[in-house]
Design a protein around this ligand. Structure first.
Ligand code: 5GP
Length: 222
């Protein structure tokens, strides 16, 4: 059985990762979202255990020192981390997993697991990103300013990602991410040789039918 593929979606906050991801997750089978831990406050509409596990700094630090995270990072004053065990269990069971993490976490994952597929989602331009953050209204103006500065910095690392997707039109961005997922699933790098042998093996019952067909063709003198 092939091991699951680890997809890492990264991109500035406000770029639409959550929305793109929710469409892709609703359409793709065998793709599981890894719910992160965070010390930031829960936003209106967010669900504990679905969007994040909202934790205190003490709980987060304890987890860091014990079970551990696959990766973790501080982002604009808060800690974020990917629970290691759940991701490893899914991959070992052959299920594909997708993470939504900022750039430092994404690049740390690539260092640990070079076979992970890194995708950076970018806005069509910085003003569109600013517009989305202001309209979303979930962050204070100074936080928005920090997030925009961080976005410019993050985009400079685009070459360390495997794919870049522009989120201008939502449907196109969703389509692009699905395209990446499908292409990676078909990659020859991921083929398990013993499983691939089936394509050059014979099907005994069909072979019997075909032998019969062949003799009839011969008998009819064609
Ligand atoms: P937000 O506070 O807007 O939900 O997320 C802020 C940033 O933290 C986003 O770029 C998001 O991708 C990132 N993030 C969410 N979960 C994790 C995680 O587990 N690890 C890391 N490194 N970043 C995360």
């Amino acid at each position: 059985m092939r091991r699951g593929i680890l997809f890492v979606l990264s991109g500035a906050s406000g770029v639409g990762k959550g929305t793109v991801l929710s469409y892709v997750l609703s359409q793709e089978e065998n793709l599981f979202f890894s719910v992160s831990w965070t010390t930031r406050a829960q936003r209106k509409g967010e669900v504990h255990g679905k969007d994040y596990y909202f934790k205190s700094r003490e709980e987060f630090t304890h987890e860091l020192e014990t079970t551990g995270f696959l990766e973790h990072a501080e982002f604009v004053g808060h800690l974020y981390g990917t629970p290691r065990r759940k991701v490893e269990e899914q991959l070992a069971a052959g299920n594909d997993v997708i993470l939504d993490v900022e750039r430092i976490g994404a690049l740390n994952v690539k260092r640990l697991m070079p076979e992970a597929v890194l995708v950076q989602l970018v806005p069509p331009n910085l003003s569109k990103l600013r517009q989305r953050l202001l309209k979303r209204g979930t962050d204070a103006l100074e936080v928005i300013d920090k997030r925009l500065k961080r976005a410019v910095e993050d985009m400079q690392f685009y070459q360390e990602f495997d794919y870049v997707i522009v989120n201008d039109d939502l449907a196109t961005a969703v389509d692009d991410l699905e395209g990446v997922i499908r292409a990676e699933r078909l990659s020859t790098n991921r083929i398990v040789p013993s499983e691939f042998m089936v394509h050059s093996s014979k099907d005994p019952s069909l072979e019997l039918e075909l032998d019969d067909l062949e003799s009839r063709i011969r008998a009819s003198g064609q």
